[in-house]
Ligand binder design. Sequence first.
Ligand SMILES: CC(C)(COP(=O)(O)OP(=O)(O)OC[C@H]1O[C@@H](n2cnc3c(N)ncnc32)[C@H](O)[C@@H]1OP(=O)(O)O)[C@@H](O)C(=O)NCCC(=O)NCCS
Length: 194
Amino acid sequence: MSDFAESRASFACETNNKAVNEIFQSRLQDFQVRTEIGSQVASNDKASLFSLYEGNMKPTFEAIGEYDRDEKYNEIFNEESRIVMLEQKNHLKAFVSLRFDTEEGEDDRIYAVVYLYELQVEKDCRGKKIGKRCIDALNTLTKHLKLDKTMLTVSKYNPFAVKFYGNNQFIFDEIDPSWYEGGEDENYHIMSRV
Ligand SMILES: CC(C)(COP(=O)(O)OP(=O)(O)OC[C@H]1O[C@@H](n2cnc3c(N)ncnc32)[C@H](O)[C@@H]1OP(=O)(O)O)[C@@H](O)C(=O)NCCC(=O)NCCS
């Protein structure tokens, strides 16, 4: 599994935005889909994206004293991230933030992965399978690029999301803290889908 994981991940990093975009657009034909490198997103789009993020997540993380605006902003609009924007009539309805990367598993095994950093759907648009279709697109990307799995980190304080990912064939990854002694005290899960 770890064979050439670094080179497969490096190869994936060379994937152009158009190829990523086509995979999402084919599953989300009721949206205009745009894919950009995080750091190259225009400032008006950055404002819309971050406003959607904060509207969805800030209350949850503030309530547990874990909201760091600058850290999150830099993570989303990073040169290593791809932002997939879903719009209708030029209004942002949802977005995905992903990276191509390697992850160390158990026994020093290295996996080449699509790492899902954010999946955010506007409140009024939920329950319409946008999330599920984005997961399908991510999984197709993983397969298409011959990567090992799709991975994500999700807060335990977001139980709806943990359930949503479980319903979409994600399982607790081999490096999920809950497998390790004392790990149940961590406030996040690491999930993956092969
Ligand atoms: C988690 C999230 C991405 C799911 O997106 P979505 O487009 O609503 O997902 P789907 O429509 O594919 O699936 C939602 C499930 O909830 C059910 N549901 C029904 N009504 C719903 C509603 N009003 N809102 C949300 N979900 C609803 C759906 O039926 C579906 O269940 P099913 O798979 O058993 O049919 C979305 O709720 C969200 O953006 N939440 C806030 C941000 C967040 O927590 N992101 C994850 C961070 S790691």
